[in-house]
Design a binder for this molecule. Structure first.
Ligand code: ADP
Ligand code: ZN
Length: 709
């Protein structure tokens, strides 16, 4: 019954079977019915309208909110040999007329449009003259006023039901909550749509949350095993984003900042680089995310706490869209709690709204301090039940321990109370440990009955305990003051000895260091596979550059990985690899076979090194750092930099960080003579000891490039 759909799946997309509910959805839509599809990121929503679009006669119109998303999908379809175009305002009138002509002639199967464009009367009139196969409304939650992605233009899409009563419509979203779901149905007039609800579990993501100790060091520890992987590091403030990006670059991890404070073209440039290059880390505020369809983001790391589980799920969900192993890692501490509570307090909005936000934050804190399976808790929050602990999160694999903290918790609460409910954790810990310092003495706190009663625990253990008291709402933070702790109503039962308190035992820092990197996800390829893997990636990169598309559009990582493992020896065998459809086989099959047979190993490695070097230089690394990173001599780095400057792939500023006047002096020295630039050798004595000779090569290359154009 689904034979034609399966044939398209295999021939065009190169896949063997449908995933999850794809087959049912495709059947429904291909036969003319409406559908509402709720599927997590990476679940495979695109095929749900692309396959019916190819099965049905006529044009499929896809509504998508962002140009970047459209371009990505059009490029992907183009590579698959499917006639798809996007209409957008950046195209010239000429181009647009051209596209309209092709649409009239029925040469195009899929048309991508922004909602505001689709609902223009002229556009609707134009489409009414054509044979329309299907309307697909992607990111359908944009119609919801309650979500943060609300797009007013989506509200007008409801009229499609009346204007095109015969045309089936499919709405898709990865936002699952009940309220959004009902709004989509109401506003898009999808009362007759069959609903397809998938599990929102992301089984390939490994979750880990560690207590924050020395966050940068902890982050480096986490990244150490993930060199060369692309990922996102989320921070709360712009300043921190800039600092962390610089820090990572210095440490040999090419990283770029992204936040709303950067000029918009720079932001766009960084985003583009993140999509097009491999192994780049984006350090970002939450301004970065929507519209990032890069499938091979291998990790998402949080250095600050998201303000709700919804946000946490969304942000971590950007990892591992391709279904390959990926990591969600977070470092979290008391400071995060204080900061978020403070922001909440100072935010606009009425009391009801604040209470709601407070509940959301509490749920997030609950996940952090949880002792049981994180995935079970996360899914339960979204009303989904996972029968067994997942075995694929830190709590499942580390066997977290709890301890009876009833007595120390009472001591801590008592210290808060007796010191007048106004001091922060540092001072409270000093009291409990009996530290006889100036502040304690000045306040006379050495006379408190709790002074020195807590010597059985170490400072770190006390801090962990205070953090958990606040996270569980047993102590409050005085937000008007200076973050002093207060008792809360809910701590009474504990103080009276009516209940016991079991707390999570934080791993010791050195232990946490050891296990922080432990996850099923670390490393897609084994050591002995690395060379061939890099060679395959280098070829993909080269093809991607030639076609001006991101590498994953040529082949996703999962396809390269399967090539690596199954080692096809012929085109026929290559056709069996998942993700290799007819068109790609024809275009790229032979080239990848050559690499697999080892025919082109050496040159690709060189290409690889150059490419890497350019990325690193652009990310702001110095030649010395680059040499360390690429494990080659500095001399070598300088000559490759000079070469890249000569080819105008790098600017001199990107390659070197020279003081203005020194640069001027060197340039003058080169330009002193008449005619030809003198060779570097002629100047090296003059600048000996002041700059490396390699610097002269770079400056000369820049001058030469400038004069040649
Ligand atoms: P979503 O839009 O739901 O986030 P995508 O449509 O981008 O997900 O699909 C995620 C990835 O899974 C893509 O690389 C896609 O090619 C791949 N994929 C989708 N369906 C299948 C399938 N049936 N078999 C193999 N890979 C698939
Ligand atoms: Zn688990």
């Amino acid at each position: 019954m689904l034979a034609p759909a399966l044939r398209i799946l295999k021939d065009v997309f190169g896949y063997d079977s449908f995933r999850g509910r794809q087959a049912a959805i495709i059947e429904r839509v291909a036969s003319g019915g409406d559908a509402l599809v709720l599927m997590p990121t990476g679940g495979g929503k695109s095929l749900c309208f692309q396959v019916p679009g190819l099965l049905r006669e006529g044009l499929t119109v896809v509504v998508s909110p962002l140009i970047a998303l459209m371009d990505d999908q059009v490029a992907t379809l183009d590579e698959l040999g499917v006639a798809a175009v996007a209409l957008n305002s950046s195209q010239s009138a000429e181009e647009q007329r051209n596209i309209a002509e092709r649409l009239r002639r029925g040469e195009i199967k899929l048309l991508y449009l922004a909602p505001e464009r689709l609902v223009q009367p002229r556009m609707l009139g134009f489409l009414q003259q054509l044979k329309i196969a299907l309307f697909a409304i992607d990111e359908a939650h944009c119609v919801s006023q309650w979500g943060h992605d609300f797009r007013p233009e989506y509200l007008q899409l409801g009229q499609l039901a009346e204007l095109f009563p015969e045309v089936p419509r499919i709405a898709l979203t990865a936002t699952a909550d009940m309220r959004t779901r009902e709004e989509i149905v109401q506003r898009l007039h999808l009362q007759n749509a069959e609903r397809f609800l998938s599990s929102f579990d992301r089984p390939n993501i490994f979750y880990r949350i560690v207590p924050k100790d020395q966050p940068r060091k902890q982050l480096l520890g986490f990244l150490a095993e993930r060199k060369g992987d692309a990922g996102i590091v989320y921070c709360l403030s712009r300043k921190k984003v800039d600092e962390v990006a610089a820090f990572l670059s210095e440490q040999g991890f090419p990283a770029l900042p992204y936040h709303a404070g950067l000029a918009s073209d720079l932001r766009a440039y960084h985003q583009k680089r993140f999509l097009n290059e491999e192994g780049l880390i984006m350090v970002a505020t939450i301004a970065f995310g929507m519209g990032i369809d890069k499938p091979n983001v291998r990790f998402v790391a949080h250095l600050d706490l998201p303000k709700s589980l919804e946000a946490y799920y969304q942000e971590t969900g950007r990892a591992g869209r391709d279904g390959l192993p990926a990591d969600a890692w977070m470092a979290y501490g008391l400071q995060d709690v204080l900061l978020l509570k403070q922001m909440l307090q100072n935010s606009e909005g009425d009391e009801r709204h604040k209470r709601l936000e407070q509940h959301k934050l509490d749920a997030m804190l609950g996940l952090c301090e949880l002792v049981a399976c994180r995935r079970q808790a996360l899914l339960a929050y979204f009303d989904e039940e996972l029968a067994q602990p997942c075995g694929h999160c830190d709590n499942c694999v580390d066997e977290v321990q709890t301890w009876d903290a009833t007595e120390p918790a009472r001591q801590a609460l008592s210290a808060i109370y007796r010191s007048g409910q106004r001091y922060g954790v540092g001072h409270l810990v000093d009291i409990l440990l009996g530290r006889d310092n100036d502040k304690v003495r000045g306040l006379g706190h050495q006379h408190l009955s709790v002074f020195g009663v807590g010597k059985a625990l170490a400072e770190g253990e006390w801090r962990s305990l205070f953090r958990q008291l606040v996270a569980r709402g047993l102590a409050d933070v005085d937000l008007e003051g200076y973050g002093g702790l207060r008792l809360s109503d809910s701590c009474r039962a504990l103080l009276r000895g009516e209940v016991n308190l079991q707390l999570r035992r934080d791993l010791k820092p050195q232990q946490a260091g050891k296990t922080a990197t432990k996850s099923a996800a670390s490393q897609l390829v084994r050591g002995d596979e690395r060379d061939l893997w890099e060679a395959l990636r280098a070829l993909r990169r080269k093809l991607a550059e030639e076609h001006a598309v991101p590498p994953y559009v040529i082949f996703p990582d999962s396809t390269l990985l399967e090539m690596l493992r199954s080692q096809p020896g012929s085109l026929a065998e290559m056709a069996q690899v998942s993700g290799v459809g007819a068109r790609k086989l024809e275009r790229y099959g032979a080239a990848f076979l050559e690499v697999l047979n080892g025919a082109v190993e050496t040159p690709t490695v060189v290409v690889d090194l150059r490419h890497e070097l350019i990325s690193l230089a652009r990310a702001g690394m110095t030649p010395t750092q680059i040499a360390g990173q690429l494990k080659c001599s500095e001399k070598n780095v300088y000559s490759l930099l000079a070469e890249a400057i000569g080819r105008q792939q790098l600017s001199l500023e990107q390659a070197l960080d020279l003081p203005e006047d020194l640069l001027g002096e060197i340039q003058d020295a080169f330009l002193d003579g008449e005619g030809e630039l003198p060779p570097v050798a002629a100047l090296s004595e003059q600048f000996a000891g002041r700059v490396a000779e390699g610097v002269l090569y770079c400056v000369r290359a820049a001058l030469q490039a400038e004069f040649e154009v």
